[in-house]
Design a protein around this ligand. Structure first.
Ligand code: NCD
Length: 314
């Protein structure tokens, strides 16, 4: 297989992908899954090094990128918590990125500011992957989310997706909704408190690109036709006023009662971490794919992306 479509490029926004890219990513992710389940690892990226430069906390994104590189035989420089790097001495993003670009072949960056990954890419000679830029985007999460939907339901066209929680600050929502515009006949129910509605420009853009979008505060009324319930946490770190965070954090709690109102063939997703939005009993339901499938797919998809960006197979 040729991996040329993403070779040597950056991954900055969900908007950069075409349907063809997605087919190639899905096919490669399936191969990676098979590789992990049969042999565990390979030496496809032997001699390649990835810098994981994380200015914000992370468990899954950081952990899955690191293990993806290891499973493909590559090495990594883990910078988790830049307090221990020269960033804490006041070094600029540009200098930091150029430094790690001189040691490694790819930079995966998470940062608290919107647009930081794009700025990093402008400074960097090496490909940059956006692992979350503040309240902006999280394109690799969107890819693993869409892969999970496709794998669980068998199609994306025609689905009704309900996104619930902090739609204003949730970057996984921002990227996933953009990616969904590549598909036909998509209906999105947006469910959030008024204060945490999806950014207006994004809602406008989704409608312009053909998504059928509606917005409301009540979840129950849209559960009956929901194929994918995508739950998010209220993003405490984005609040200046913690009293409103406390008021809103548990406005929506998914319970087995919620599932009773949903179709038998629907799925429940969450990018994690969850902080009380989904009851633990829900984990036992066959529709809960957030641990069984979604997390593992994060590794398969990130293995695929690293292979496709770093390895040009003729
Ligand atoms: C998300 C993130 O960092 O945006 N987590 C993740 O990468 N899986 C979601 C979140 O923090 O709520």
């Amino acid at each position: 297989m040729s991996y040329q479509s993403l070779f040597g490029g950056d991954i900055l926004s969900a908007d950069q992908f075409t349907k063809d890219n997605l087919s190639e990513i899905f096919a490669t992710a399936r191969k990676m899954k098979k590789l992990v389940l049969t042999k565990g690892s390979s030496d496809l990226l032997k001699g390649k090094i990835m810098t994981a430069l994380f200015y914000e906390p992370s468990s899954r994104t950081f952990g899955s990128f690191i293990t993806s590189m290891q499973r493909l035989g590559g090495g990594f420089i883990p910078i988790q918590g830049v307090a221990y790097s020269s960033v804490s001495k006041g070094e600029s993003l540009g200098d930091t990125v150029r430094t790690f670009g001189s040691y490694s072949d790819i930079i995966v960056i998470r940062h608290s500011e919107v647009g930081a990954a794009k700025i990093a890419a402008e400074f960097s000679e090496k490909p940059v992957i956006n692992a979350g830029d503040g309240v902006g985007e999280h394109p690799t999460q969107a890819l693993l989310d869409i892969f999970t939907i496709y794998d669980s339901i068998g199609k994306i066209d025609g689905l009704t997706i309900t996104m619930v929680g902090d739609l204003l600050n949730g970057r996984t929502i921002h990227s996933l909704s953009r990616l969904l515009t590549l598909y036909r006949n998509i209906h999105i129910h947006l469910v959030s408190p008024d204060l945490l509605r999806l950014p207006r420009e994004l809602a406008k853009l989704l409608r312009e690109r053909g998504i059928i979008l509606d917005e409301r505060e009540s979840l129950d009324e849209v559960l009956f036709d929901t194929d994918v319930l995508y739950v998010t946490r209220v993003q405490k770190e984005r609040f200046t006023d913690l009293t409103s965070y406390e008021k809103l954090k548990h406005k929506y709690i998914i319970s087995t009662h919620t599932l009773e109102m949903m179709k038998k063939k629907s799925i429940v997703m969450h990018p994690f971490p969850r902080v009380g939005e989904i009851d633990l009993d829900v984990d036992l339901d066959h529709r809960a794919v957030y641990i069984r499938e979604q997390m593992k797919n994060g590794m398969y998809v990130r293995m695929a992306l690293l292979a496709m960006v770093l390895h040009k197979k003729a």
